[in-house]
Design a binder for this molecule. Sequence first.
Ligand SMILES: *Cc1c(COP(=O)(O)O)cnc(C)c1O
Length: 386
Amino acid sequence: MIPIAKPLLGEEEAEAAREAVLSGWVSQGPQVAAFEADFAAIVGARHACAVSNCTTALHLALLAVGVGPGDEVITVSHSFIAGANSIRQCGAVPVFVDIDADTFNIDPKAIADAATDRTRAIMVVHQMGMPCDMAAVLNVARDLGVPVIEDAACGIGSEILFDGAWRKIGRPMGDIVCFSFHPRKVLTTGEGGMLTTESDAYDANFRLWRQHGMSVSDRARHSSATVIFEDYPVRGYNYRMTDIQAAVGRQQLRRLSHVIARRRALAERYRAALRGMNGVTPPHEPDWARSNWQSYCVWLAEDLDQVSVMQAMLNAGIATRRGIMNMHQEEAQADVPRPHALTRSEAARDHCVLLPLYVQMTNAEQDEVISALDAAIQTSRVRRAG
Ligand SMILES: *Cc1c(COP(=O)(O)O)cnc(C)c1O
C-alpha cells in the first residue's frame, strides 16, 4: 500500500525525545526556547513563539490583532476547518471568499468586495504549502487598513519572491504567521504550532496568553535565586508546547533542506509525467513561488468521476484524498452567512485529487502511482461511456 503521506522520523528524533524525558524537564522550558530560536533563524523572523498546535496559534494571532465579538474576518472557505473555528472562537464571523483555481489560494480581487466596516482582519492560507499572492493581498489590505494573518500550517520551507528577493514563508509579510507540526504537515512534533511576527508587542502577548496569562514563566521562577510570586494580569489559555515535542522539532528542522529538495524533485517528476496525461492537470507554481509541495493536488477533467478514480487507485493499493474541503459545506459552519460566490472552491473540492508525496517515496513507487492514475482515468472513462 502506498500511503498519501508519511512523517519522516528517525533515531535522531527518538534520541532527542529520550534526552528531554531524562532531563527531568518535560513541560515548556529550555527545549521550547531553543526550538523557537532555531525556527526564527531558519525562516528569518524576529520572533517565534511555540504553541500547542496551529489552531491555537491562529486563535492567538486573531486576538493579538484585536479580533473580537461581532467582527468579520475575510478568509477562504477552501481550507481546513480550523480556520473558521479559530475565528468563531473569538466571537467573530468568517467571511468566505473564493479561490484562484490555479493556486487554490485566496483570490485577492475578491477581498475588496467582501470588506465592510466590520472587517477586522484578513486571514490568508498558503494552501498545501503554495505561497499566496502576498503582494496583491497586502495592496488590498493596506487600502482597507486591516491586518493580515498568514495561515502557513502547511508552509514550512516554502519560499516566495517578495520585494525583489526570495524569502521563506514565516518571515512575516503580513502581521503574524502561524504554522502546524501535525504529522500530515512537512515537519512534525506530533502536535505543535508556531507563531512568527516582527512585533515585540504581539510576541509578548503570545507568551503571556499561552501560559494562563501568567506574568512569570515556570522556567524563570525555577531558576530565580530570590523568591518571586507570579501574577495574572490578563485572562489566558494553556496553549503550551512540551519540551519533548520541541526537542523532536529541533531535529526535524535539521532535516528541512533535505526534505524540501526531495519533495520538490518528486513534484517535478509528477509534473513531467502528468503534463502529457489525458484527463488530469498538474498544479501550477507561479514563477514567484517555490512550494514545499505539502500536498500534490491535480485537477481531473470535467467528464471524470472523482470517486471512481480514487476507488480505482485504492484498488491498486494507492491512497489518495479528494481536494481540500470547503468549510461552508460542512454542517458545523452552516450558520455562517454566505454572501459571496464560492464556485471555484466547490469545483476544486469535487474535481481534485491529492496524490501520494513523501520524502521516503522512491521513484519506482511514484511511477506506480503515475501508471495507476493513468489506468484509473481510463477505467472511469470506459465505465462512464458504457
Ligand atoms: C492542518 C491545518 C490547520 C490546523 O493545524 P493543527 O496544528 O492541526 O491545529 C490549520 N490550517 C490549515 C490550512 C491546515 O492545513
